[in-house]
Design a protein around this ligand. Sequence first.
Ligand code: 3PG
Length: 212
Amino acid sequence: MADVLDRLAAHRLVPVVVLDEARDAGPLADALVAGGLPVAEVTFRTAAAADAIRAIADRGGDVLVGAGTVITPAQVDAAVAAGAQYLVSPGTSRAVVERAQEHGVPVLPGAVTATEVQAALELGLDTVKFFPAGTSGGSAAIAALAAPFGGVRFVPTGGVGPGNLDQYLALPCVAAVGGSWMVPRDRVRAGDLAGVRTLIADAVALATRLRP
Ligand code: 3PG
C-alpha cells in the first residue's frame, strides 16, 4: 500500500482526469506515458469512469491509475473491481475509507482542517488530499497544519496550476500535487492528445525545476 503512495510521491504530480468516453482512456494513457507522467486519477464524475480505469489498468501497469471523486462504498467496489490502484475522495468518509481498507487499496481522503486531519489519522491514514486547496488557505494552511501533524503528508488539489505549483512543492509535507490543468476535459473530448502530452511534459519539466 505504502508502495503506491510512494510512487505517487516520486512523480510529485497527479493529473485529475474527467473522461466522457471510456474509449478516450487508451489514447490518454499513451499521452501520459509520452509526456513523462504515467499517473492518472480518473474521477467518478462520469459514467465512463469504471470502464476508463479498466482500460488503463488492462494495459499491464505502465500507468499508475487511481479513481477520484470516490464518495460511496459502492464506488470503492467499482473502482477496485476495475483495477484502480488507489482511491481519492474529496472529503473524509469513514464508510469510504473502511471499504478501501477492506480491499487493501490505499485511499486519500480530503482533509483541510485539523479536525479532518485527526479523523483521517484515527482511520489509520497518514496521507490526505488537501481539497479544495486554493479556497482552503493554500500552502500557508498546509504549512500551519504540518506543525501539529508532523507525520502527515498532503496532496493539495483544487485551484493548483503552473502559477502556484512552486508554493506547494516547496513544502516538505507535500507528497504530490493534483490538478486538472494537465488534462483539460475539453482537449480530451476534442481528441487533442498531442496538446495534452505537451501540457503533461510542461508540468513535469516545471516540477523537475522546482525539485528541492
Ligand atoms: C479534484 O477533483 O481534485 C479537483 O476538481 C481538481 O481541481 P482543479 O480542477 O482545480 O485542478
